[in-house]
Design a protein around this ligand. Structure first.
Ligand code: 5RP
Length: 225
């Protein structure tokens, strides 16, 4: 018997309907992105002809395992569509991402793509960025203490993200600061502020990058553009 689709699977399948022959497709990271990769691979077996570029080693491994054609990022100057999940989505379509460890690649793909489709269930919709999660901020290992001091001066609170007995390290060797800020600061101002701090490699606010949000709720998919 076929299992009914959950909300994340439903949005992932809807997103695959938006992929056409000849496209270069960026693959996100996380459970929703995995549903997208699975369904995309199934459609390719049925004859869809596309190339993919992955936002993380884990997504690249999955895509390879599923038989998708993968191009490495350094050989691409253009991406048609990037499809990924998010941790939070605000009413103005700002996103918070980065519970994974590949923020730099994720933002590069989101920025370079003609379209950035964000796949979420309604649990990800928030009134303001930072409502449910701290803001992940990637820092070069030698700079974390100085960056933390700058962020504290800006009113931030937080510290290095732990991982078991050690510290979380991103795929290219950065450490991650998980920080909270005054809730009255809007995401655009926070984005501009974090972009201006020397030593910050990347951060999890994706401001004005999403072109469409696909939201799964009560067995329906709604789209905001
Ligand atoms: C990884 C991300 C993910 O897209 C985000 O955490 C959502 O994950 P999921 O689809 O598993 O809910 O930003 O860095």
């Amino acid at each position: 018997m076929t299992q009914p689709l959950n909300d994340k699977q439903r949005v992932a399948h809807e997103a695959v309907n938006m992929i056409h022959d000849g496209m270069v497709v960026g693959l996100g990271t996380g459970s929703t992105a995995n549903y997208f990769i699975n369904e995309l691979a199934r459609r390719c077996v049925e004859g869809l002809k596309i190339k993919t570029v992955a936002s993380s080693i884990i997504s690249s491994n999955r895509a390879q395992h599923m038989g998708l054609e993968i191009v490495s990022m350094e050989h691409l100057s253009h991406i048609d569509v990037y499809v990924d999940g998010a941790d939070e989505v605000s009413p103005s379509m700002a996103l918070l991402k980065g519970r994974g460890s590949d923020l730099v690649r994720e933002k590069l793909l989101a920025n370079a793509s003609n379209q950035f489709l964000v796949l979420v269930d309604n649990s990800k919709l928030v009134e303001r960025i930072g409502q449910n999660y701290p803001i992940p901020i990637e820092v070069a290992p030698f700079s974390w203490e100085l960056v933390l001091a700058s962020l504290i001066k800006m009113g931030g609170k937080g510290g290095l993200r732990p991982n078991g007995d050690g510290l979380a390290v991103t795929s290219h060797g950065s450490l991650v600061l998980d920080m909270t800020f005054d809730p009255s600061i809007d995401s655009q101002s926070l984005n501009d502020m974090l972009n201006s701090v020397p030593g910050v490699v990347e951060h999890g606010i994706f401001e004005q990058l999403a072109t469409a949000i696909l939201i799964g709720e009560n067995e329906q998919v709604t789209q905001i553009t």
